[in-house]
Design a protein around this ligand. Structure first.
Ligand code: SAH
Length: 370
């Protein structure tokens, strides 16, 4: 698979930028200046790095270096305020990044989703805003209810391409961390744990460079069990969400073929062993498919599965798509499912769909341009 061009500064760590500067006979602190300019100021071009001597900027350009900030090719604005961006990478390919001005209704897990709707007005932009970022171009996991699966996987995104989506959207929205708060969810196109190293590098760049605390980030995995173990060992990491979507192996294998590789026994063992931090909860997402996995009996199976785990559950009523063989359950069915989980003492939230009208909602990201 092709990856990001090697002459992009975006994606390099402080150490790598420092080495680059030292290699050109520059003092080590030039690395820090580049790091601040790229990640904190989010410059577009090297000539905007006013702290660098003109000769050094010229030398970097001669050597073929550029910032590598991706361009926003198209944007689609939903009636609910959600914006879906088609972000163009250096090779001309696009990925999708979603801006949700009033949060995401559940992923952040920090209480900002409490109540979900704010009474009597809207939240100030930046307070609950969430960016949903893609980790791969397409996806290889092949979940039967997800649009992105229809694309297959084209390639992994580099760390700079993941951070770049966020930098481009923050610029566009005029939001500047760390003073202005923003949540990040790694829940766009792709399976982050099948691009683990680049995903984790992007996390560190976001924390150290852009200034977004790890506590405001959540990554969702379809259930790549070995990487769940690795992720638990990371010193700096987002919160973890796991896409459950089926309450027993038969059901889960039907909607997520990946379950044949890592079944519920292995997945829930990894979840049970996952080292949670103080006050942290593990999130399970459960996409409700009418008549398939939304019966009260299946809710009771979910209760048994998560027993003993400090967890919360996000229920997502299927976001429909014409090419999908599933239907969205009635609201009453969703609420009945929720009631069973809540009665068992599991905090359970029904996620409000965002940007369905512009194909920006969960599972709808497949570079639709109509
Ligand atoms: N690959 C990762 C990250 C994507 S997160 C993962 O699977 O977790 C996207 C979330 O949206 C997942 O929880 C997925 O189960 C859910 N999803 C996929 N298709 C959907 C659809 N059509 N409607 C509602 N949710 C969907």
């Amino acid at each position: 698979m092709k990856s990001q061009p090697s002459n992009s500064l975006l994606g390099l760590s402080l150490q790598e930028l420092t080495n680059l500067a030292l290699g050109s006979g520059q003092p080590a602190y030039r690395g820090q200046q580049l790091f601040d300019a790229i990640y904190r100021q989010k410059i577009e071009r090297l000539d905007q790095v006013s702290t660098l001597p003109i000769e050094y900027r010229a030398r970097l350009l001669e050597e073929g270096w550029g910032v590598g900030l991706p361009a926003i090719a198209r944007k689609f604005v939903s009636s609910d305020g959600t914006v879906r961006y088609l972000v163009e990478l250096a090779d001309g390919e696009t990925v999708e990044t979603v801006w949700m001005p009033e949060g995401d209704g559940g992923e952040s897990g920090d209480g900002s989703e409490a109540g979900d709707e704010i009474e009597g007005g809207t939240a100030p932009v930046g307070r609950r805003a969430t960016i949903c970022v893609s980790s791969q171009m397409g996806c290889a996991v092949n979940c039967k209810f997800c649009f992105t699966a229809l694309l297959g996987v084209k390639r992994n995104l580099g760390a700079g391409e993941i951070v770049g989506q966020i930098a481009a959207v923050l610029r566009e929205q005029g939001v500047e961390p760390p003073l202005q708060r923003v949540n990040i969810v790694f829940m766009g196109m792709g399976e982050p744990f099948l691009n683990y190293d680049n995903f984790m590098k992007s996390v560190r760049l976001l924390v150290e460079g852009v200034g977004i605390p790890e506590s405001r980030m959540t990554v969702s995995t379809a259930g790549i069990v070995p990487r769940i173990h690795d992720f638990g060992q990371e010193a700096v990491r987002p919160k973890l969400a796991i896409s459950l979507n089926g309450s027993n192996d038969t059901l889960r294998s039907e909607v997520m073929p990946l379950n044949r590789k890592w079944n519920l026994g292995e997945l829930m063992k990894a979840a049970r062993e996952f080292p949670l931090r103080a006050r942290e909860r593990l999130t399970f997402e459960y996409v409700l498919l009418a008549g398939v996995n939304d019966a009260p009996e299946q809710a009771r199976e979910v209760v048994e599965l998560v027993r003993g785990i400090r967890a919360k559950i996000n229920l997502i009523a299927l976001n429909p798509g014409t090419e999908l063989p599933y239907r969205t359950p009635e609201q009453e069915r969703v609420l009945a499912f929720q009631r069973i989980l809540v009665a068992a003492g599991i905090p359970t939230f029904v996620r409000r769909p965002r940007g369905r009208d512009i194909f920006a909602a969960c599972g709808q990201l497949k570079r639709t341009v109509e």
